[in-house]
Ligand binder design. Structure first.
Ligand code: ATP
Ligand code: MG
Length: 335
């Protein structure tokens, strides 16, 4: 789905659960950059979502500020958007509580992410189940018109839409019903080692993932070692997920239509020359990101000022929405 020409509110974020990767860049940040011009953009760091799986407190704190540096390195210019930390704002968890009271529990058990992540974990906490409601609150608190995400978040945005409609029908028109913005190419970048799984920050296998901080040598090594198959045809065949993933990455990184790329590589024999071209494209794409990151990552004062300003901008909006919601559901006002 594409956003209309009119100026709208964009809300989206990435968890501070590790260094951002190619999937986060192609499926998310690089697209967000293109929205700065036309929309009012709120990019947040969902640290409250991050604790739905176990975290080391000091590492989470450091990763949160580091994520701000990575956002800016990916091109999100804080002069043209608001960047803020979820836990700095009063309103997200409060609204989630209200929305939770409208959410049938069966709908939460059906969420793919809950099924995937709970299958991996030994201890499953209710926060992981509740996660999509908090995400709905993140979106509805700012009356976001559009939520750009990767394919993995589609179901969660659908829930936010359902809850907005349900709240509006139950109480009266309050929330904007958000539209997910999910692109066909780049929306789902897969692991380089297990191409049936998506590339993830939380994947412990660093060789399955290209990080935005990876240098040329590392990128080349990871692409050279990426899983393919015994064939030699470069095409987007779902039966051959390894090469299809690499082609998808190439197309997304170079803004090339899949059909055009398939035609270009039709005469290539073997995967090596294609892999070299792909690695070069990624080196060119991520080089400036890595350089910007190196330049700002240690400037804590600057990074703190960015999230301070972000919170100053968005807190009044959150307060206003929350007050309206509390009034509508019948919470007695504090005098
Ligand atoms: P985690 O493993 O901790 O869940 P993640 O890699 O899935 O991390 P998120 O912070 O959950 O990253 O997601 C941030 C954004 O990046 C979301 O918009 C999500 O849809 C998008 N995204 C995540 N992984 C991919 C991927 N492999 N391909 C395309 N987009 C992705
Ligand atoms: Mg995720």
């Amino acid at each position: 789905m594409e956003e209309s020409g009119s100026r709208g509110v964009i809300l989206t974020g990435m968890q501070p659960t590790g260094t951002l990767h190619l999937g986060n860049f192609l499926g998310a940040a690089n697209r967000w950059n293109r929205m700065l011009e036309r929309h009012t953009c709120y990019f947040f760091i969902p640290n409250q979502h991050a604790i739905t799986v176990p975290q080391v407190p000091a590492a989470l704190r450091a990763a949160t500020l580091d994520c701000v540096a990575q956002y800016i390195a990916c091109g999100l210019d804080p002069r043209r958007c608001s960047i803020f930390i979820q836990s700095h704002i009063v309103g997200h968890t409060e609204l989630a509580w209200v929305l939770g009271s409208l959410t049938p529990i069966g709908q939460l058990y059906r969420m793919h992410q809950f099924k995937d992540k709970s299958a991996k974990g030994e201890h499953i906490y209710s926060g992981l189940l509740y996660y999509p409601i908090l995400m709905a609150a993140d979106i509805l608190l700012y009356n976001a018109d559009y939520v750009p995400t990767g394919e993995d978040q589609r179901q969660h945005v659908e829930l936010a839409r359902d809850l907005a409609e349900k709240f509006n029908a139950t109480y009266s028109e309050t929330f904007t019903v958000p539209v997910p913005l999910i692109e066909a190419v780049g929306a789902r970048i897969m692991s380089l080692k297990f191409p049936e799984r998506k590339m993830s920050k939380s994947d412990p296998d660093g060789n399955a993932t290209i990080y935005i901080t990876d240098g040329p040598e590392v990128i080349w090594k990871k692409i050279a070692a990426a899983v393919t198959d015994s064939g030699d045809r470069i095409c987007a065949d779902p039966e051959r997920p390894g090469i299809a993933n690499l082609l998808n990455i190439y197309c997304s990184a170079t803004n090339t239509a899949v059909g055009v790329a398939e035609e270009k590589f039709a005469t290539y024999r073997g995967y090596a020359p294609f892999k070299r071209e792909l690695a070069d494209a990624l080196i060119a794409l991520l080089g400036p990101v890595r350089e910007r990151y190196a330049a700002i990552k240690n400037d804590k004062k600057y990074l703190q000022s960015v999230i301070h300003n972000g919170a100053e901008t968005v807190q009044p909006i959150a307060h206003k929405t929350l007050a309206k919601v509390y009034r509508k559901v019948g919470f007695l006002e504090k005098k």
